[in-house]
Design a protein around this ligand. Structure first.
Ligand SMILES: Cc1ncc(COP(=O)(O)O)c(C=O)c1O
Length: 411
């Protein structure tokens, strides 16, 4: 049986911004938003905007709505308990919160490992632990394969390693990292793993349990929702952390103790629209089983479609003289997401992007806050890479338009 494919016209009708004609290929910067997410935010603000926790009916109903959204997000990430799900403004802020809560538990001489290929969101907060005498070790990228090699990690792990921080997929290379294997190696020395899943979550169904990680964080504005984020933290670990909230909100009050002040009720409620959407796409594809089975079917079809589009771009780049793909040069089973970076010999990346701008196509250049990676690869001379980042709502025709523009833009 041939695998079910996405009904792209139907999919695109869920994203009103797509109708205006711009070709959005900067999706790893921020995706377009589902109408049903925006509708939910509006609906919440206009009908449920009361403070939670009171005894009157409207407050009870609003509380149930916000809680139902947390449950939906917990289901989406495969959290065993919905109170392991911490919501907050951004991935950067949530990782900062995790590190701050960890800080009192760390001693001078304890060690953390950060990678050279992460977005700074999952590096900077860990590096700042050096103020407390924590030793920060850097897992460097192998400049030939552009991979983070497991044998290089092994050389960095030791009895004093407390945390490894790594990305599940690089927002420049597109490479999917073997986080479950990293978790196994980190746990073997008594360390924990914090995974940045921002560049992964729009393309694959996040599974916090299968990841083996202790904390997994991503932002909804990359996954068809608003500027809002989620951090899953394994329950025993979460319970063991101190409260960063008011003194009367104790360490047992999870996840509230790490959600200072109120969460954003309307955005939380809106985010459940992403989960609805993924389930519905799975239903249309004929999925059977529970909600996650439907979401998995949706992501299976999303990955097949995105792989085909990514291969269209990669094939063009491979055939172009003077162009260097910064990442895996072709789509191989599950090893890359459709975030594609390149440089062209002798040409500033900015010049290429500006020429493409004129065609009504949104791509982007720079270091994408993975500055350490760009520097390690010596790509500052180009002003960073040109990045084309695909989402499942993109079409083969849009990629044809991009390639037509690149024919002119890449001299
Ligand atoms: C891989 C990755 N991690 C983290 C972030 C930061 O997310 P936020 O803006 O929610 O802090 C980004 C944003 O571009 C990203 O691409």
């Amino acid at each position: 049986m041939t695998p079910a494919t996405l009904d792209l016209a139907r999919i695109r009708s869920e994203f009103p911004a797509l109708a205006a004609g711009t070709v959005f290929l900067d999706n790893a910067g921020g995706s377009q938003v589902l109408a049903r997410v925006a509708d939910r935010v509006r609906d919440y603000l206009l009908h449920d905007n009361v403070q939670l926790g009171a005894s009157y009916a409207a407050s009870q109903q609003a509380g149930e709505r916000v809680l139902s959204a947390r449950r939906a997000v917990a289901e989406m990430v495969h959290s065993a308990h919905d109170d392991e799900v911490v919501m907050g403004p951004s991935t950067t802020a949530l990782i900062g919160t995790l590190v701050e809560a960890q800080r009192p538990g760390l001693r001078p001489g304890d060690e953390v490992v950060v990678t050279e290929s992460d977005h700074e969101a999952n590096i900077g907060a860990w590096v700042r632990l050096a103020d407390a005498g924590v030793v920060v070790r850097t897992w460097r990228v192998d400049v030939d394969s552009l991979n983070l090699r497991l044998q290089d990690l092994d050389a960095l792990l030791g009895p004093r390693t407390k945390w490894v921080a790594m990305t599940q997929a690089s927002n420049i290379l597109g490479t999917v990292n073997p986080v479950a294997e990293v978790a196994r190696r980190a746990h073997a020395v008594g360390a924990r793993l914090c995974v940045d899943a921002v560049a992964y979550a729009p393309h694959r169904l996040v599974d916090v349990q299968a990841s083996g990680a202790d904390a997994v964080v991503f932002s909804f504005y990359k996954v068809f929702g608003p500027h809002y984020a989620v951090m899953w933290v394994q329950r025993e670990l979460l319970l063991s952390l101190p409260s960063l909230n008011h003194f009367f909100i104790g360490p047992e009050v999870i996840p509230y103790k790490l959600q200072r002040g109120n969460v954003n009720y309307e955005l939380s409620y809106g985010c459940a629209g992403i989960v609805d959407y993924l389930r519905d796409v799975g239903t249309e594809l004929g999925a059977v089983g529970d909600g996650r089975a439907h979401m998995q079917a949706a992501f299976d079809a999303i990955a097949r479609h995105e792989d085909a589009l990514a291969e269209q771009v990669l094939q063009w780049l491979r055939g172009r003289r003077g162009v260097r793909i910064i990442g895996l040069p072709s789509v191989t089973a599950g090893e890359r997401v459709p975030t594609i970076s390149f440089v062209a010999e002798g040409q500033p990346s900015e010049a290429i992007v500006r020429r493409v701008d004129a065609h009504g196509i949104g791509i982007r250049f720079g270091d994408f806050y993975a500055r350490r990676l760009i520097e390690a690869l010596g790509l500052q001379a180009y002003g960073g890479v040109v990045r084309v980042s695909i989402a499942h709502y993109n079409t083969a025709e849009e990629i044809d338009r991009l390639l037509g523009a690149l024919e002119e833009a890449v001299a």
